[in-house]
Design a binder for this molecule. Structure first.
Ligand code: GLA
Length: 775
């Protein structure tokens, strides 16, 4: 028996070839030494139960109870199959068996799909070729092991060398069979404004499904999911995560069979997908990635974070600190003109913003969201001097200029639609359904792709952009591509078209930082991250909600990808009030930016934001590329921490949702500091408004002050309540194991040594490694 054994720093993945020709999965988990596949190959001498005997000459092998690397329909493996094809005579039984294997360093970069990248030294690959027993049809299984990040990448490819057209009914990217089923599944689900909320449930017999039929990877269910044991928490225990490098409809099936075998299939959703494969054509699936840890969920997340930063993000922005942007959307919505923008930009520059992003509304006729998508021509009513002039004005303020676009969409009220109604997705003879008053433009049509590449290139050049926010504000309906020979291709061909446009534009504009967005985080996936190093996480900028959304997102994606802005209160999405320092703290765990009308902020608020921006700049590398830990994320408290790669400095956040009264004293236990290191710990100070204490002021005031009266506001101008000052030094092992005792929370009276907390109060703590002081 031949052994295939891929190894990463901490994991092993092994399989072999059965005498029947299928590949038997042997093991995936903690790194082991294995040189003989028979040690792990399933032992059998009799056929089991009433299973199908695949080959009467080898009666003990049935495919139903084996762990397999691949499966197809109709030869006894009655679980869902990796591949299903149908033939011109409508039959659909296929049977792929091992033909040959190739081992190599490095891996292939896919051509039409985004894929993982890395040097030959970092990657070890195996390419297995299987042949359909009765036809010249080949199934290629590609495996690549990324040593340092402990990630395995898999994909499948079908090649048709027959003279007939076959139909691919489904082709998953990966199949992962296991012989343990005591897993819980964590999924990241939601909708607009509540993206990637983590949910955990037990898996059971039958199938658990993670999927999207929205046309995009979607905020409904992210393609990323985790399997964990019941006892696994953030710091200990076995867990396994799976994700796809793909932005379209996806499905993952987690199936428990009657033989207590687990099967994971992950890839393009088979619904709405039928792909005719002509003679001598091939079809490549997207790549699936998976990672395993025995050290809990933080470790698993960190493996994905490293992988994404090193092997998904590419180009000039790889490992490069991201600029602090101010985006005018929540400050102005569609209602702006040149002078308003310049006034806002001037304020932005004065507080340390590095890039000004002009959001929706800059193009002709775009006074609301009913019109103009597709045209991409500057509105000279709003911007009489044009985009180039505006961009130069912004650049003269020492900021770079960014622009919002939504290329994959079209409004019926646009010149583009009037000239090319056939470019809108949907049949010309039917009325299409709208969402946000718009339709999808048919990205599967090469003419549309070429139009967008040229039009956007001209705009990007004219506007001298350094940043592009690439939006996508509706999901699919009326699926139809007018140039396709088969509508079963539509959903996938649309995504391939989007990828081609993104590939061309990111190649033409290598210096530009692209940020993707889809009504907030409706397309937060690894496919987009191959072109856009960061993604607008959610339109919901409320600090409390963001603690949930950013926690959920962090399970699968690094902070360098999580775009997070401080915004106004009452919050535009929730109407909730939260203190400015809390909003700043939450938005700092990611790529920090501003989404606030600075012209409406008072001097004190501007000063606080400016001070925070300079603090963020000082710790930016740690907050974007450090090692991230979820210390606590329960119903009332969120504690996050980022430690820089060399463990010299760190930032931690404490956030509480509701202010509990008369509770036990607390310690803050850190993660990730060097046990041997000696650290200073300091809280980031801030001032609290007297107004926030309401009529409690009368507890200390010699004269009665009516809450919110002019007198109250006048006192507030001159008197502030200062936050407590944590300032201590301790060894890393003490902080990581026992923590330090936080100051007592405010109970009944004010004291400079007490910690005054409200609903949604937050604290930031800074850690610096120091020389040990000898006494
Ligand atoms: C979407 C985005 C927002 C904003 C608007 C503009 O909703 O998520 O950030 O860009 O579109 O129309």
């Amino acid at each position: 028996m031949e052994l295939f054994h891929l190894q990463t720093k901490n994991t092993s993945y092994a399989f072999t070839v059965l005498p029947t020709g299928q590949l038997e999965h042997l093991y995936y988990g903690k790194k082991i030494r294995l040189d003989d596949p028979t040690v792990l190959s399933e032992k059998a001498v009799f056929p089991s139960g009433n299973c199908v005997v695949y080959d009467r000459n080898i009666p003990h092998i049935s495919l139903e109870h084996r762990m397999l690397e691949h499966s197809s329909a109709g030869k006894g493996d009655i679980r869902q199959s990796l591949v299903e094809i149908s033939f011109p005579d409508t039959s659909y039984v296929s049977d792929f068996v091992f033909q040959h294997a190739e081992r190599r360093r490095g891996k292939e970069v896919l051509t039409d799909l985004p894929s993982s990248i890395g040097s030959d030294e970092e990657i070890e690959s195996i390419i297995i070729t299987l042949k359909e027993k009765h036809h010249d049809i080949y199934l290629q299984l590609n495996y690549s092991a990324f040593c340092e990040s402990d990630v395995i990448v898999r994909s499948s490819k079908l090649i048709n060398h027959t003279d007939m057209t076959i139909m691919i009914e489904s082709l998953f990217s990966t199949q992962l069979d296991r012989d343990d089923i005591d897993w819980q599944i964590m999924t990241f689900d939601g909708h607009w404004g509540r993206e990637r909320t983590p949910h955990t449930r037990d898996i059971g017999y039958g199938r658990s499904v993670v999927e999207s039929l929205a046309g995009c990877s979607s905020n409904r269910q992210n393609p990323f999911f985790i399997l964990k044991k019941a006892h696994t928490d953030e710091d200990v225990g076995e867990c396994l995560g799976v994700n796809l490098i793909y932005s379209g409809n996806h499905q993952s099936n987690i199936e428990v069979s009657a033989y207590d075998r687990l099967r994971i299939l992950s890839g393009i959703h088979p619904t709405h997908f039928h792909w005719p494969l002509k003679p001598n054509e091939s079809f490549q699936s997207p790549e699936a990635i998976f990672s395993f840890s025995i050290k809990g969920l933080n470790c698993l997340s960190q493996q994905f974070h490293t992988f994404i930063n090193q092997h998904i993000i590419r180009g000039e922005w790889k490992n490069k600190e991201r600029p602090i942007v101010l985006n005018n959307w929540e400050a102005t919505y569609f209602n702006f003109n040149e002078s308003k923008i310049l006034k806002l930009a001037k304020e932005a520059a004065s507080i340390g913003v590095e890039c000004f992003v002009l959001d929706d509304g800059w193009f002709k006729n775009r006074k609301d969201d009913y019109r103009a998508l597709g045209d991409w021509v500057t509105d000279t009513k709003k911007l009489p001097h044009g985009l180039n002039w505006l961009s130069r004005q912004i650049q003269s303020m020492n900021m770079s200029f960014g622009l919002w676009v939504e290329p994959e969409m079209i409004n019926q009220d646009s010149d583009c639609y009037r000239n090319h109604p056939e470019w809108a997705v949907g049949r010309l003879d039917r009325e299409a359904s709208l969402s946000r008053n718009q339709r999808l433009i048919d990205m599967s049509n090469p003419d549309v792709q070429d139009y967008l590449i040229e039009r956007l290139s001209q705009i990007f050049e004219e506007a001298e952009v350094s940043f592009v926010k690439w939006d996508y504000n509706r999901i699919f309906s009326d699926h139809f591509g007018s140039t396709l020979d088969h509508q079963g291709k539509f959903t996938h061909a649309f995504i391939l078209g989007t990828y081609r446009v993104l590939q061309q534009l990111t190649t033409r504009f290598p210096h530009v930082l692209f940020e993707s967005c889809a009504s907030g985080g409706n397309r937060f996936d690894l496919g987009m991250l191959c072109y856009t190093p960061q993604i607008w996480t959610s339109d919901n900028t409320d600090a409390l909600d963001r603690t949930v959304i950013q926690t959920g997102t962090s399970y699968g994606y690094p902070l360098s990808a999580i775009s997070a802005h401080v915004s106004a209160v009452p919050n535009h999405q929730t109407r909730r009030l939260s203190p400015l320092n809390s909003r700043l703290a939450v938005a700092s765990f990611g790529v920090f930016g501003c989404e606030i009308n600075l012209n409406d902020c008072n001097e004190k608020q501007k000063k606080e934001i400016a001070a925070h921006i300079s603090l963020y700049k000082a710790y930016r590398k740690t907050l974007q590329f450090g090692t991230f830990y979820r210390i606590m994320c329960d119903r009332n408290q969120v504690r996050w921490m980022c430690v820089d790669q060399l463990k010299q400095s760190a930032v931690a956040m404490y956030f509480q949702s509701r202010n509990p009264v008369n509770v036990k004293s607390e310690r803050f236990i850190t993660r990730g500091l060097e046990d041997e290191g000696y650290y200073s710990v300091k809280s980031v100070p801030f001032d609290m408004s007297i107004l926030d204490f309401g009529d409690l002021i009368n507890y200390v005031s010699p004269v009665h002050i009516k809450p919110n009266s002019i007198l109250h506001k006048t006192v507030d101008m001159f008197m502030k309540v200062k936050s407590e000052h944590e300032n201590l030094q301790a060894y890393g092992d003490c902080l990581n194991t026992a923590g330090w005792a936080l100051k007592q929370p405010f109970v009944a009276g004010l004291h400079e040594e007490s910690r005054i907390m409200f609903d949604q109060s937050a604290r930031l703590y800074l850690f610096e490694r120091k020389e040990v002081e000898n006494s």
